[in-house]
Ligand binder design. Structure first.
Ligand code: HEC
Length: 112
């Protein structure tokens, strides 16, 4: 009985996906009150790191270990808001949040 319930859950879980919510609830919630929007940051990362793999890797590194040296934000912004707090998302949720972030802003789906 328990096993059947688990199997059903496993089958359904991709359909009940909360991936977008992780991004909305975590990233957007904190960022929405800031003057620099998430899309601005995204394009800075895109310009600097260019490929999907490198952008995602840089974002993951930054979110796990925010450091002034690695930051692409302006001096002004950081002195006003401080560095972003180290993420408390699990690796899996962080990956989903970054995937959502990427899918939302990647330019026309043409950059590889
Ligand atoms: C508790 C608040 C908070 C949360 C949660 C948060 N951020 Fe931030 N974020 C900030 C602040 C403040 C800055 C500006 C300072 C800085 O760059 O570290 C920032 C900066 C950034 C930057 C620019 C980093 C740089 O190079 O300086 C990116 C990209 C970013 N956030 C993406 C995200 C994503 C994606 C998530 C969700 C996984 C997220 N943030 C969650 C507060 C937050």
């Amino acid at each position: 009985m328990g096993r059947i319930a688990v199997t059903i859950l496993l089958i359904l879980s991709p359909l009940l996906s909360t991936d977008i919510n992780i991004y909305e609830q975590n990233c957007v919630k904190c960022h929405e009150n800031m003057p620099v929007s998430l899309d601005k940051f995204f394009f800075n990362y895109l310009l600097k790191y260019s490929s999907e793999r490198r952008v995602k890797q840089a974002l993951r590194n930054y979110l796990k270990h925010p450091r002034r040296k690695a930051s692409l934000a302006t001096e002004e912004l950081v002195s006003r808001y401080g560095l972003m707090p180290k993420t408390d998302l699990s690796d899996e949720d962080l990956r989903k949040a970054i995937d959502t972030y990427w899918d939302k802003y990647k330019v026309f789906g043409k950059i590889e």
